[in-house]
Design a protein. Structure first.
Length: 165
């Protein structure tokens, strides 16, 4: 098993961070994790428990597709995802807590490689830790910059909304 936990403070209110990360996850995820090329929704409507999507990503030059599902969604508190894959099962949880400086944002990742990938567990642990810190930094920068500008403009939403301006 491979696990990573990280936490940062984002200088925006919890509602803004939750909106950007959880409610607009399909639109915004490729912006904070460049390995994610696209996300295709399989479930219509707003993000909710049971929502499904396909993530297309490029890792080490190889493009893969993985279905995943929202397993928890508690407004302004938590969203969790599960990827069940023949190569590796993966769970991802984002927690949001009010903080005097804005939002205390935490991520927990657990991956369980299967088959031949199990031999890659030690290097994957090192990579996951480095990648996790990079992604947290990307989310912090995007939320503070993009959401801050959108709030100033009186609009909520996602990175694409801002990019069209």
């Amino acid at each position: 098993m491979i696990a990573y936990s990280g936490e940062i403070t984002i200088r925006r209110p919890v509602g803004d961070v939750f909106d950007f990360v959880a409610l607009h996850c399909y639109d915004n995820h490729p912006h904070w994790e460049p390995e994610v090329l696209e996300i295709r929704r399989l479930t219509d409507g707003p993000v909710r428990v049971g929502s499904r999507a396909v993530m297309v990503r490029r890792d080490f030059g190889k493009v893969t597709q993985t279905e995943y599902e929202v397993t928890e969604l508690e407004a302004n508190r938590r969203i969790a995802f599960r990827h069940d894959n023949p190569q590796m099962d993966f769970t991802l949880t984002f927690d949001f807590r009010p903080d005097p400086a804005g939002t205390r944002f935490a991520v927990d990742v657990v991956a369980q490689p299967h088959g031949w990938l199990r031999v890659m567990t030690p290097p994957m642990r090192r990579t996951m830790s480095r990648t996790g810190r990079r992604i947290l930094g990307n989310i912090q920068r995007l939320v503070e910059d993009t959401v801050g500008v959108q709030a100033a403009l009186g609009r909520a939403g996602n990175v694409e909304t801002l990019a069209r301006r």
